[in-house]
Design a protein around this ligand. Sequence first.
Ligand SMILES: Nc1ncnc2c1ncn2[C@@H]1O[C@H](COP(=O)(O)OP(=O)(O)OP(=O)(O)O)[C@@H](O)[C@H]1O
Ligand SMILES: [Mg+2]
Length: 386
Amino acid sequence: MKDYRVLVIGPRRGLIEELRERRIPFSVWQTRHLFNVGAGQKSVIAPFWNSAQKNREQIRKSFSGQHFTHVIAGTESSVLPAAVARRQVGARLSSTATGTRCRDKLHMKQHLAGFGIPMTRFLADSPSLDPKQVFDALGSPVVRKFRKSSGGKGLTLLEREQDYVPGDREGCILERYIDAPEASVESFIDKGAIKFTNITAYHRKGHSNFVPAVLEKALSETLLAMNERVISALGIAWGMTHLEVYLTKNGPLFGEIALRPPGGYIMNAITHAWDFNPWSAFVAMELGEEFIFPEQASQFAASEVLYPGAGIVSAVRGKSRVLDEQGVREFRLKVKVGEQLSARAGLGQDIGYVVHASASPAERLSLHELIERELVIELAALDGPG
Ligand SMILES: Nc1ncnc2c1ncn2[C@@H]1O[C@H](COP(=O)(O)OP(=O)(O)OP(=O)(O)O)[C@@H](O)[C@H]1O
Ligand SMILES: [Mg+2]
């Protein structure tokens, strides 16, 4: 075995489990204490900074004189810190320009528009913009969101010109609204080549992901071709990507791409649909190792992400009914009766999930519908009657 020594920035459970399983020594930089490290390794609790300079200072402070063979980013906000850290700790190098473009929606879209990737109209938000001109250019509603974000945090729809106050928020991008279903493409990349792809359908945005999607052949091919052009235009040399796309009547529009494993328990659904461990594959790509991917999916899987909204949990019904289903592979409920829930701030927030797998798309759909019907998390209003 090679003498790997890994620095994980933004750890995820599946990644840490894989490193432990393989007995690869690793240190961690995490924003709060989630994972322990082995003897002789370091765990640093610190924020991930948005500027390269601040990340450099943090690494100098926390990991000075340390050498790592590889730096692995598990989350959106750790992609840039990882690109910076690789230079300072002597690890396998990635392009910081690629890191920035994968983190900043404006840089990403400006760069990819230059390669002819189809996308919705967008503008850099700025205090000097004129609301009327913005609405004339983008239509209503205008989507305003942070350039560096994930989980849809801070996204607002501006309906009227007077709703838009240029300069009252920093670091945003403005976009024309797209009314269309969404899908994503997950890729594993080794030495500049895409080794495996999966298409996920967002059956219900933020709640239900179907893996793999069932699409017409021509549409799948168009999506995979777009995915390949995006990855090549960004110069992504290795790792795992998660590209989001809108399926409009006039063809697919690029949404964004993330240089990290997807959320929404899509990784769990991939495991059951394709019958391999995507975290093992992710680590293999990061380490530049060979990995044997399956040619075909063996099951039609889905992840159901549970979040009922704001309120006090008054009852949970249907759990045993769901567990009785043959197709249910994973079930986790992290909430108890009496617990208070806030409004969902981002898609990363959930109270549990179900992952299931079926032999056909039709069986998957009926199992999904059964779960939606039977598994009920009842809420009492926060302020109560009167
Ligand atoms: N221009 C748009 N038109 C319509 N819907 C949009 C638009 N931009 C964003 N959305 C909706 O908001 C969601 C989150 O937007 P986006 O992916 O850009 O942000 P994010 O913070 O990276 O979120 P996530 O991590 O969930 O992907 C999209 O999946 C889509 O449902
Ligand atoms: Mg997104």
